[in-house]
Design a binder for this molecule. Structure first.
Ligand code: NDP
Length: 281
């Protein structure tokens, strides 16, 4: 009788530059243990001009897939032979599947954010007034998944307004979300407006910069969500001061990893325990 247990693990990795800070190996090890999957997951530092070579080497070595983080999500999008719809919508790839038909590119960031807000924080996006701050890769990645939840209104604001305007234009051209009001505003035009969910998708948390938001931006019981995690950002401090419920991006990080794990292994891991462990340090 032949054994069904594999002799060797399946290999996965997260590729980035820098990469030593990444919590993905800890998260995926916990998922593997929880679900009884035999796999190994490691950090790989790719040279800034060596992403494609790194991916091809992993493929040749028999890896099953990889996550992709800063600054390679757009290169991964270009490299994939096939894109999932959500990767196509996002214009960026954070999950690679090495299949016999080639490299499949997926994007699990938006699903991770939506799951964290709806399942973990118990806040429905449907019917809410949502403000998305930022128009970089992270904002692009979550735009369609947020719209798919049918908010009443989505406003995008960004330091460089043109980028927010072009995100709105793309949504309008696609025509998939005609029932949602989607607009772009400059920071200075936000005064007098209030939102139920305010998502900071800028990198201001990394530099401790403040955002020029009006103090009246939060509706009663609003959620202020910062995609940054690991410390309190000026946006979080501002939100606490003005009465919002505050969440950081750790839940999104763990949930996007769970979604990638599900894509690779077909099993959805439990996320609460590892989230608590990381928070406890
Ligand atoms: P990008 O570099 O692609 O975009 C940066 C964004 O921040 C742009 O909109 C930029 O505006 C804005 N910005 C930067 N500095 C300032 C400033 N001083 N004032 C106002 N706006 C500013 O980064 P990403 O989109 O990839 O990442 C954004 C954040 O999201 C990071 O903190 C990252 O760690 C986090 N993230 C978290 C994830 C998670 O799982 N929790 C997943 C992905 C990202 P402009 O266009 O004008 O330059």
């Amino acid at each position: 009788m032949s054994s069904t247990l594999p002799n060797t693990p399946d290999y996965y990795a997260v590729i980035g530059h820098p990469i030593e800070h990444s919590k993905s190996p800890i998260i995926h090890a916990a998922f593997a243990k929880d679900t009884g999957q035999y796999l190994q997951y490691e950090r790989i530092l790719a040279p800034l001009d060596g992403f494609v070579h790194t991916v091809k080497t992993l493929q040749q070595q028999g890896y099953k897939g990889a996550n992709v983080t800063v600054p390679f999500k757009f290169e991964a999008f270009q490299l994939a032979h096939h894109l999932t719809e959500r990767a196509h919508d996002a214009g960026a790839v954070n999950t690679l599947i090495f299949s016999p038909e080639g490299i499949v590119g997926d994007n699990t960031d938006g699903a991770g954010l939506v799951r964290d807000i709806e399942q973990n924080l118990h806040i429905k996006i449907s019917g809410k007034r949502v403000l998305l701050i930022g128009a970089g890769g992270a904002a692009e990645g979550v735009l369609h998944p947020i719209l798919a939840q049918s908010p009443a209104l989505l406003v995008i604001t960004n330091r460089t307004l043109d980028k927010a305007l072009s995100m709105v234009k793309k949504v309008e051209e696609q025509g998939d979300y005609r029932y949602v009001s989607v607009n772009a505003y400059a920071f200075e035009d936000l005064s007098g407006q209030q939102f139920d969910i305010v998502i900071n998708a800028t990198s201001t948390g990394l530099t401790d910069s403040t955002l020029p938001l009006p103090s009246t931006i939060f509706a009663p019981n609003a959620l202020a969500y910062d995609m940054m995690y690991g410390r309190e950002t000026p946006f979080m401090t501002f939100a606490y001061q003005h009465g919002a419920q505050v969440a950081d991006g750790l839940g999104m990080l763990v949930e996007q990893a769970a979604e990638a794990f599900f894509v690779w292994r077909g099993i959805r891991p439990v996320t609460q325990v590892i989230m608590q462990q990381i928070r406890a340090g």
